[in-house]
Design a protein. Structure first.
Length: 309
């Protein structure tokens, strides 16, 4: 008798059965998270944890080899004056800069190289081009791929098309982890954010991510809470953990800590690790460093004491 386990292909979930979001309830819960007070040693631990969760990012048309190399140097050496600092989780760049980042981070395999792909940030390209770009990023050495969904297709109700694209990109990633960007600022409602989250997870996303950072609003606490709740319910239904990455507009340490409080109280301590939670940010690291110096010395240093890239 053949006892081999058969793996059935992913099936599009019944999105019309996804629970509606109680927007008032979400906003009230977020307001309570923002009242939590984190002091002294606990605050230092939270600041260091947030630092370890950053995907240090540069996604500009003016990116150069020198700029990406400098960003990688910062990822490896955040601030030599502070002892016992963690390093960031990853450096995130365009596919053409993955090889540059891979070489600059040689010997630091614990810092991942992430690459956006699939016609970032618009997603407006044929699937064949999206897959080619994904494979290029992986061949150049990307450990993680951040893809964008086709928001136009999603908003037109072409859920199967969006679902199938995520499956195809996931396959093209090979061993690389896939983060699926919903671009929540374009989805319009929390109900759509919830449905898009469920769709992406059932299609095989390793992470779901709020935003490209190229439009406003980007990441917000209410949107992130809805996505965390979707992750929680998916985990309870399937037993598979999925990570979360809010990105865009998170530049202050106080806000980052509020995200961590929300994460802890929604998903539990098991998600309080860079393996399962990331911040997509370019300037958050410096504010975290300034706050850590303040905790150590009692005074703020000027932002000029920290490298911009």
């Amino acid at each position: 008798m053949n006892t081999a386990v058969r793996h059935l292909p992913p099936q599009l979930p019944a999105l019309d059965r996804v629970p509606r979001v109680d927007q008032v309830g979400v906003e009230e819960r977020v307001a309570r998270f923002c009242t939590r007070s984190i002091k002294k040693d606990s605050k230092v631990q939270a600041l260091k944890l947030a630092l370890s969760m950053i995907d240090l990012t540069t996604l500009e048309g003016q990116d150069t080899v020198g700029k990406v190399t400098q960003l990688c140097q910062k990822a490896m050496h955040l601030h030599s004056a502070l002892p016992d600092l963690p390093h960031v989780a990853a450096v995130c760049v365009y596919p053409t800069m993955v090889g540059v980042a891979r070489r600059a981070l040689r010997g630091h395999d614990d810092i991942k190289v992430a690459s956006v792909a699939t016609a970032f940030p618009s997603g407006m390209a044929p699937l064949s081009i999206k897959l080619e770009e994904t494979r290029l990023a992986v061949e150049e050495g990307a450990d993680e791929v951040d893809m964008v969904i086709s928001r136009g297709a999603f908003l037109q109700g072409e859920y199967q098309r969006v679902f199938d694209e995520i499956i195809a990109v996931k396959e093209a990633c090979g061993q690389a982890h896939l983060k699926v960007i919903l671009e929540t600022g374009e989805l319009g409602t929390l109900d759509r954010v919830r449905r898009a989250s469920v769709l992406a997870m059932h299609a095989g996303a390793d992470f779901i991510k709020t935003s490209t950072g190229k439009i406003q609003p980007a990441a917000t606490l209410p949107v992130t809470l809805v996505m965390l709740q979707a992750i929680r319910d998916y985990y309870h239904a399937t037993g598979r953990k999925v990570g979360m990455k809010p990105a865009g507009g998170i530049s202050k340490a106080k806000l980052a800590i509020q995200y961590l409080v929300m994460l802890r109280e929604t998903l539990g301590a098991g998600w309080l690790t860079p393996e399962w939670f990331r911040f997509g940010a370019s300037t958050l690291a410096n504010d975290l460093l300034m706050q850590l110096v303040k905790q150590q010395t009692g005074v703020y240093q000027s932002g000029d004491y920290f490298s911009k890239d």
